[in-house]
Design a protein around this ligand. Structure first.
Ligand code: BTX
Length: 329
């Protein structure tokens, strides 16, 4: 409700110091009894609000439950992440976003869940999404563009996520084409861009983002331990998921705007500056077989260019790449 939103923003404006019930009542325009009731409700939702006689209430920063209030408070965007659907346990947030897209949900709608029972990666792979630890979310966009442009959104998203992680954790993430983000050579985030379109036009674009945030080593299954990590493992402390979501939305909205106004080139430059594979010797596994050579860069459409030993340049639309130990020169 409106009152709760303004109560939360009053409390957080005085964060970690006490505010009197009287002052809160004035700032939100309701009675002290009403304030008291709303505070009780917020506590039930998981906010930690201390109260002291004669001094009032104070909100502690400890809460990191993914609730609509938590996510909206501090969201600096106009459209992205302004409509939020928070769920506890789902098969896949992608599935839900696809349904909402058909039900005419507005651009910027964000579906986020504490847990996915069947989170998915590319080509029917599984994305491990244990409860309460990571960010499992799907964002709905509706750009008026032809479907061939969709892969660029994976790259735009990657740039936004790299910058969000820097803002919140000061950790340097690298991008591995097309959709992996790596920290110390281990996967920290995966991006899955899906679309509903006809041959000419995208109807909706659903960008799935899976970020490993507060998992500990024991939360990863055996087979992922050597290839995956979480922000808190690398940083050595718990990280606020809601702040991360807010920063991802902030940067994504910014770059989406830049992309619509100026095209892909400015984003491509940023992307290449964060990419690990460019200029390296790589092996690309595609559906049609394996190619080995030097990754030259990406095209304006986000296609990877690979030069093989004979000097032939191949355009790679979809593959898994491995950066080989063997490097040129
Ligand atoms: P991908 O196909 O590039 O990567 C999937 C592979 O990554 C798996 O086969 C496994 O080896 C590895 N993997 C699985 N889970 C994890 C994890 N938690 N951390 C690191 N590595 C892992 C990448 O696909 C795209 C993933 C998108 C996930 C988001 S979450 C929100 C949205 N909903 C949904 O179902 N998918 C997206």
């Amino acid at each position: 409700s409106k009152i709760r939103e303004s109560l939360l923003s009053s409390l957080s404006a005085h964060q970690e110091t006490y505010v009197s019930g009287q002052q809160l009542a004035e700032e939100t325009g309701c009675s002290r009894t009403a304030i008291w009731k709303h505070i009780e409700e917020l506590r039930n939702e998981g906010f930690t609000i201390e109260s002291k006689k004669k001094r009032g209430y104070r909100l502690l920063k400890t809460n990191d439950q993914l609730t609509e209030n938590n996510l909206l408070l501090g969201m600096e965007t106009k459209a992205l992440g302004r409509t939020i659907v928070v769920m506890d346990s789902v098969d896949s947030t992608q599935k839900i976003a696809h349904t909402l897209a058909q039900d005419k949900a507005p651009e910027g709608t964000l579906v986020i869940a504490e847990e996915q029972r069947a989170g998915r990666g590319r080509m029917a792979r599984v994305w491990h999404s244990p409860k309460g630890t990571g960010i499992w979310m799907s964002l709905l966009l509706r750009p008026s563009l032809p479907p061939q442009k969709a892969p660029q959104f994976t790259l735009i998203t990657a740039v936004a996520v790299v910058q969000a992680i820097w803002d919140v954790c000061q950790l340097d993430v690298e991008i591995k084409w097309p959709n992996d983000l790596l920290l110390n050579n281990k996967k920290i985030t995966g991006i899955l861009t899906e679309l509903q379109a006809d041959s000419e036009q995208i109807h909706s674009l659903i960008i799935g983002i899976g970020m490993n945030v507060n998992q500990e080593k024991k939360d990863f299954p055996e087979e992922l331990l050597s290839i995956a990590t979480s922000l808190s493992i690398e940083k050595g402390e718990k990280i606020s998921r809601s702040e991360l979501v807010q920063r991802v939305m902030y940067h994504l909205e910014r770059y989406y705007q830049i992309y619509l106004e100026k095209g892909f080139t400015p984003i491509k430059l940023l992307w290449e500056s964060y990419a690990v594979s460019i200029g390296k010797y790589i092996t690309a596994r595609t559906l049609n077989g394996e190619l080995t050579g030097v990754a030259l860069g990406i095209t304006d459409d986000g296609v990877l260019l690979l030069e093989d030993e004979k000097g032939t340049v191949h355009s790679i639309y979809s593959a898994d790449i491995e950066i080989s130990a063997k490097n040129r020169g």
